[in-house]
Design a protein around this ligand. Structure first.
Ligand code: MN
Length: 230
């Protein structure tokens, strides 16, 4: 079997970049929890900015813009979490917030899809969130918009529509930890690298998705993310 598996180029996950033919190869996907106060409240979770909640998704959990998302196994409560996503062009350890922000070369919009029933069980039992958060196809992400064109957004309306109805909407200025601060905190636990994606937390309004639902997530200046649950 190994002879048919080994190949010269590893087909890594990658994302399109608006206006470019080149793509962004994805190294890892990091996510922060409880980064908007209204969402922490709706989850009845406490916020501790000194010890942020981080979790990961596999890089190959990415779903490209426009692609169908298969409804995952082992859940009857698949939830959407729309998030601003920061893409790193370099990395490092123990970064300052300024260094962390400077490492971001592009932004996207993503969905942190969640098996909410399994997450609730994991929280109750004190067990890891991997099956709730890191499953196959759990990370639809839009094409990237380069910082050289967009700048670093500090305000603006992040939103998600499902079947044309508004489900989540927030000004990203309401983030508790800002993008550079998230990256600085993460870099205390992991050596960050070019190709890392950082999901920056979800606003309030999380709810269930069903087979057949069409979603559209957006942020000014970033290509929309569209897709369908099948
Ligand atoms: Mn999330």
């Amino acid at each position: 079997m190994i002879n048919t598996y080994i190949c010269s180029a590893w087909p890594r996950s990658s994302l399109a970049v608006m206006g470019r033919t080149e793509r962004f190869p994805v190294h890892r996907i990091y996510c922060i929890g409880r980064n908007y106060e209204a969402h922490a409240r709706e989850m009845q979770a406490t916020v501790n900015l000194e010890a942020p909640v981080f979790f990961c998704k596999p890089a190959d959990a990415i779903v490209q813009d426009g692609a169908d998302v298969p409804y995952p196994s082992a859940t009857s409560d698949l939830h959407h979490e729309v998030e601003l996503v920061a893409a790193l062009g370099c990395g490092g350890r123990d970064l300052s917030a300024e260094q962390g922000l400077a490492a971001v070369i592009a932004y996207a919009v993503g969905l942190d899809l969640t098996r909410r029933d399994l997450q609730a069980q994991a929280k109750a039992k004190g067990t890891p969130w991997d099956t709730a958060k890191g499953f196959d196809h759990s990370a639809p992400v839009s094409a990237l918009r380069l910082v050289s064109e967009l700048g670093h957004p500090v305000a603006g309306c992040l939103s998600l529509e499902v079947n044309g109805q508004l489900r989540q909407q927030v000004d990203i200025g309401d983030m508790l930890l800002k993008v550079g601060e998230i990256i600085a905190a993460l870099s205390h636990y992991f050596e960050l690298r070019a190709g890392d994606l950082i999901f920056t937390g979800t606003p309030a309004g999380v709810a269930a998705l069903q087979r057949g639902d069409q979603f559209r997530a957006g942020f000014p200046g970033i290509p929309d993310l569209v897709g369908r649950i099948v």
